[in-house]
Design a protein around this ligand. Sequence first.
Ligand code: AMP
Ligand code: ZN
Length: 505
Amino acid sequence: MATLDLFNTLSGTVQPLSAVGAPELRMYCCGPTVYDYGHIGNFRTFLHVDVLRRFLRQQGVAIRYVMNITDVDDKIIRNAASAGLPIAEYARPFETAFFEDLEALGIERPEIIARATECIPEMVALVEQLAAKEFAYQAEDGSWYFRVARDEDYGKLAKKDLDQIEDGARIESGEFNKDAVRDFALWKAVKALPDGSKEASWQTPLGDGRPGWHLECSAMASKFLGDTFDLHAGGEDLMFPHHENEIAQSESATGKLFARHWMHVRFLLVEGKKMSKSEGNFYTLRDLLLRGHRVSALRFLLISVPYRHQLNFTFEDLAASANAIDRLRTFHKRMVKGADPKSIAPFAEGINPAIEEGTTQAAELYTAALANDLNTAEARAAIFDLVRAANTATDQGTLLRGNAVQILAVLDLFDGVFAVLKDRDAELTRAALVWAEKENRLNEADPALLETLAFSDAEIDALVAERTLAKKQRNFARADAIRNDLLGKGILLEDAKDGVRWKRK
Ligand code: AMP
Ligand code: ZN
């Protein structure tokens, strides 16, 4: 069986994805435009690419993953100007926030991050190559355009023919003197800002200006991955015109196939609607954390619906996702204790063959589901079936220590891709509160959250130690006061044989 069969938008079929002609699978995903914080729809796309990458690695495939950062575009230029900042100064904090969000969501960092503003020479060279072959021309205002009519297979990704494109094409503001409406900008000549000053631009052999967005991705993908590479990914909205234009530019310039495989992640809707600020249903990760939702629940929810299905985000599903994670973590702890011969109550020695078979089967189902076009829903179901069966067997005393060891290995496999077992939720919520305080946005935080997170982990540890000492010194009033104080902040103490444990409610 193939390592991974993945739907390819270009061929319209599910095909094996593999590294061709290189030891590493070379892949590219269109990254964020850093004019604001990323929203949960953006992260759904990056999360599914993370699932793909983690699964491939689990299958022994080495990867070279490139993500671009679009750090110059109309919105950045406009917002920077109204904030009175140079574009880099305006965009950098959002880029930093983006990487913090990726880290919080458990999305592994791509091997290569490329900023558009640092690859201008490669973009200029690509336009020059296109111009030499008469695919690019300069209009009167100094901007450069791609001559779509000269590209015979234009439309092959989105399956559109040229007439359709002609009808649907729009002239964007400031785009005059193009030869044809469907021609798209490669390089935009510098313009004046509303206040009369000059917008951000680069002096190049193409003239004074800046790159178009499509050009950025073509140039950056080839710079780091070569003319032809294995996989190009992005959200479904990018298929046309962005990805179609990337193909047109790169293939017209090189005469070679650009990306072999195209993966498009379908959109996230919120309560059945497109997310938008005016609808009041627009959420960033930070918004959700301040409202008391957990990062792990969001990750789990966003990846549990397979990437080729739209996801309708609801708060009900987010709560259900948090419950599912609790169940999984509790089960994991139960197996860890049972598998450890030195724990208070290890399971009886041996392996129950029926459970062993069920465990092997769960692992096989899990792998087969992901190998089949990343069916995360089935992969998850296989593991939850195992959890249910193993919990029942444990209650009945038929699950033995050897079974627990095997089950833990399967949970590890699952968590290698889903990455929700390790509990960093409180720590990440605390980081969001620290950020909100710095940004003067603590008023957006759920007041109950502020209560439970009033103490840091280190402060709680110190109070617990103080309580233990108070008890030793028979100062029970002080010991009880500490316990009640912590309880009031939602922190529960548990007296166990090996000391005191605490958890947040
Ligand atoms: P942007 O910063 O808008 O260029 O988007 C970054 C990535 O997020 C792109 O791959 C988009 O296709 C993707 N994206 C944007 N909105 C959504 C959404 N609602 N659901 C899923 N992906 C999205
Ligand atoms: Zn792109």
